[in-house]
Ligand binder design. Structure first.
Ligand SMILES: NC(=O)c1ccc[n+]([C@@H]2O[C@H](COP(=O)([O-])OP(=O)(O)OC[C@H]3O[C@@H](n4cnc5c(N)ncnc54)[C@H](O)[C@@H]3O)[C@@H](O)[C@H]2O)c1
Length: 357
């Protein structure tokens, strides 16, 4: 997707601004996870940027192929995720991984690791290499919150978090940005210590009382809105029974079809995915052995108001968001531009020769 004249003019002006801080083509800005956090980017800025990334994708205002991946360890994934956002003068690629096997074999290594190469769309040069673990950590709950904002009953009093790892903790910490009337947050994990760690980290930051669910069944039966973030496995053995789920609930899956019996997805009154193309590709890889349900629309289409939305408080609404590079690049743009002006990170040489070309 090439730039229009108007987008080109905007990009050229912004590029001139960047050149005050960075010798483009000769050096790039390295940003660690801490540098990204030090930009002070707020939850709401991340949620809004993520929403724009989802809408821009669904309205075909940007270029983003379905992600491709490799799988070196059992149930691991390493995904290549490029996106080009002409309206924002933002482009690049995220290289993101999840290795559930780290827990047992390399306990000092977190399971999810990501980097972004952020480029100058006008020349292709590298502007920044940033650790994207923090971006992934916050933009993923943001996709859930965009889904909840447009698909859930916003007066929900109860929220359930299945999986209390990196994503579980981040989702719980951010949920009250959208669900403002929550009274109880139920959490469930196979490890007690993971639930304890979540409560210790998140309880000081949220008003609702965080409670360890006695069982997955209790969580599912008790929560108006549920987000799940368990390891995505190639051949899932879903632990949640269809009879535990009820009308009126909103279920947001950040882990494909890992958690619920197939009958739950098929019973949904509305079923949204972040990218049809991505999910059809995953179906081809065998991730949905019982087939994808009928898709009501993309989450970005729902946010843009171009596909049917929840029609009554009693509908069962399910989202399946596997994550998109457009969300990462929207967030990377904010972080790069802010970090550049704040003098964060480290400038490193590219060694690109400009002589003799
Ligand atoms: N959709 C997206 O955009 C996106 C982005 C990042 C991560 N993810 C996915 O989210 C999931 C979680 O990622 P994370 O970084 O939080 O991983 P994590 O390893 O930090 O957390 C996973 C948690 O699930 C728990 N768990 C594992 N199996 C369980 C089971 N059968 N029952 C109950 N608890 C169980 C683990 O104890 C752990 O606490 C992964 O599947 C990852 O690929 C999705």
């Amino acid at each position: 997707m090439v730039y229009t004249k108007e987008q080109m003019d905007k990009a050229l002006a912004l590029r001139e601004e960047f050149k005050k801080y960075l010798n483009i083509g000769q050096e790039f800005l390295y940003l660690s996870e801490q540098d990204c956090m030090d930009t002070g980017t707020t939850d709401m800025e991340i949620i809004d940027a993520t929403e724009q990334g989802m809408i821009g994708y669904s309205l075909k205002q940007l270029e983003m192929p379905a992600k491709i991946g490799i799988h070196p360890m059992p149930d691991s994934l390493m995904h290549a995720m490029p996106a080009n956002l002409p309206e924002q003068y933002a482009c690049g690629i995220k290289w993101g991984s999840n290795f559930p096997t780290n827990k047992a074999q390399f306990p000092d290594c977190i399971p999810t690791n990501c980097q972004i190469l952020y480029n100058d769309a006008l020349t292709g040069h590298l502007l920044s290499m940033m650790d994207a673990s923090w971006i992934t950590k916050v933009r993923t709950p943001a996709t859930a919150l965009v889904s909840i904002k447009h698909g859930a009953n916003l007066d929900a009093k109860t929220f359930g978090m299945i999986g209390c790892g990196i994503q579980g903790r981040a989702n719980v910490k951010m949920v009250e940005n959208i669900l403002k009337d929550l009274e109880t947050i139920y959490v469930f994990d196979m490890f007690d210590a993971a639930m304890d760690a979540l409560i210790a980290e998140a309880q000081p930051l949220v008003k609702a009382k965080i409670v360890k669910a006695e069982s997955l069944e209790q969580l599912v039966r008790s929560s108006n809105v549920i987000v799940s973030a368990l390891p995505i496995v190639h051949s899932p053995n879903p632990p949640v029974k269809a009879e535990w789920v009820s009308k009126g609930q909103t279920l947001v899956c950040l882990d494909c079809h890992t958690v619920y019996e197939d009958a739950v997805y098929k019973a949904a009154d509305k079923y949204y995915v972040d990218s049809r193309e991505q999910h059809e590709l995953l179906e081809g890889y065998g991730y949905y052995p019982q087939g994808l349900p009928v898709i009501t629309g993309e989450t970005g289409e729902l946010a843009a108001g171009v596909v049917p939305k929840r029609e009554s408080p009693d509908e069962l609404v399910v989202f399946n968001n596997v994550g998109m590079a457009s969300e990462d690049m929207m967030c990377a743009k904010i972080i790069f531009e802010r970090a550049l002006k704040m003098g964060l990170g480290k400038k490193l040489p590219l060694w690109t020769s400009t002589k003799g070309l």
